[in-house]
Design a protein around this ligand. Sequence first.
Ligand SMILES: [Mg+2]
Length: 270
Amino acid sequence: MQSIERCQAGKTGNFRYAVLDFDGTISLVREGWQQIMTPFFADELFATPGGKDMGYDACYLAAKEFITLLTGKQTIYQCIHLVEEITRRGGKPLEAQAYKDEYHQRLLDRINHRLDGLEDGSIDPETLTVPGSYDLLQMLLDHGVTPYLASGTDEPYVLNEARLLKVTPYFGEHIYGAQTDYKTFSKKMVIERIIRENNLSGEMLLGFGDGYVEIENIREAGGYAVGVASNESERAGIDEWKRERLIRAGANIIIPDYCDIGALEKELFG
Ligand SMILES: [Mg+2]
């Protein structure tokens, strides 16, 4: 199988900075978050008068679609959207933050054993990364590219999970995540800041992500976007649902992971 799918032409060879998403792009610590959020949100939609009329399956699909399109943004935006959808269907929603708290608690129940295993050394961090992640980061550094990590997950968790996966040294201080005051952070802001502070043109900017939002942000800034359609549960092959949406978001190329690092290096740096 071909490891690189070319979707849109773009200028390569001159990259100086890279912005990488964390969950699903580097980290698999939160693998399965979609299977927590989607049924939870579907239940909330189905509990509304409009949701009852739609039926559960339609509620589930509606939830999956808006969750996917908001993937890459901070989690609170998915919860804000849920509040709007509940209201639109005649329900009485809680505050968005309440949905975020409940979702996060359910997710932590699922992933706590991974965090514990990484902390006590019983889990090899490599097994909880997208295959080839360390090679990718080293390859970027070898080409003089400064990598930035930008995640929609709350920053204290990103810092901790990056440490547990031993990727912190590649990024140094350039690790950014969601803030309590959610308006003070976005991936778009991180990208704009890199461009402003380093007086860059877009073609010097490279982005990696498995979410709609970061691909769109990188392309809007004139950068080159690598869509990582990672299959998080299998750690192999393409996630077809992600792939379709990454192409729609404007990804220049689609890859499943970084296993074929030689081919990726050639594609990006010639
Ligand atoms: Mg992601």
